[in-house]
Structures are given as structure tokens and as C-alpha cells.
Design a protein around this ligand. Structure first.
Ligand SMILES: N[C@@H](CCC(=O)N[C@@H](CS)C(=O)NCC(=O)O)C(=O)O
Length: 103
């Protein structure tokens, strides 16, 4: 439903009004990284018992959540407003590299 995350009832699931978020048997989990860890641990998949192996995907998950995600969000917003390739080209390499811009 459009704008569902702004409904007062959704605040009980995610106090920040963001999606994704999930409600599992009355327990709320928000932030995509926390959701992935929650599901991996719950279903015992993608959660290696060896701590070094477990860290490998978490490195990329934190990179996405802390660097790429916010920067891509800004680039997408700027690109959406200006509709120019220049708005992407002015972004950092963190944004350009995963979407194929190298210059
Ligand atoms: N750090 C959050 C970002 C979530 C996020 O920004 N979600 C967007 C949709 S992809 C959203 O809910 N935007 C609505 C808003 O910011 O008001 C996560 O990884 O879950």
C-alpha cells in the first residue's frame, strides 16, 4: 500500500518509517542488515559457524548499508531530479563502480 510506512501502526514495526521491516510473531526487525542477520540466524543459513567465514558476507553487508546504500540513494534522487548522466558522473566512485560507470 502506498505510503504504508508512514501509518502510525507501522511506527511500532519501524520507528524510522523505513522499509524493509518485518514482524515475526510479534517481534519487529528493521534495517535491512539486521533483517538479513535475523533471518540467517533463525534459519541457520548463510551463517557460518567459523567466525572468519561469517564475517565475509557481513563486510559487504555493512559496506552496502553504510556506504553504497546511502550514496546510491542520493545519486538516484539527484538523477531523478535532473535526468542527466552528469549527476551520476559527479557522484563518488562508491556509486559509479557498481553500476558500471568508470570515468
Ligand atoms: N538503512 C535502511 C534504508 C531503508 C530505506 O531508506 N528505505 C527506503 C525505501 S528503499 C524508504 O523507506 N524510504 C522512505 C523514506 O525515507 O521516507 C535499510 O537498509 O533498511
Amino acid at each position: 500500500m502506498k505510503n504504508e510506512q508512514f501509518a502510525p501502526s507501522f511506527l511500532k514495526i519501524d520507528p524510522n518509517n523505513k522499509i524493509p521491516a518485518l514482524l515475526d510473531a510479534g517481534f519487529s526487525v528493521f534495517e535491512s542488515g539486521a533483517i538479513l542477520i535475523y533471518l540467517a540466524k533463525k534459519h541457520q543459513q548463510f551463517w557460518a559457524s567459523d567466525s572468519a567465514e561469517r564475517i565475509k558476507p557481513l563486510r559487504w553487508m555493512f559496506f552496502q548499508a553504510g556506504s553504497q546504500g546511502p550514496m546510491l540513494g542520493q545519486a538516484h534522487y539527484n538523477f531523478g531530479n535532473s535526468r542527466t548522466k552528469k549527476s551520476i558522473m559527479g557522484s563518488s566512485v562508491t556509486v559509479k563502480k557498481p553500476i558500471g560507470f568508470t570515468a
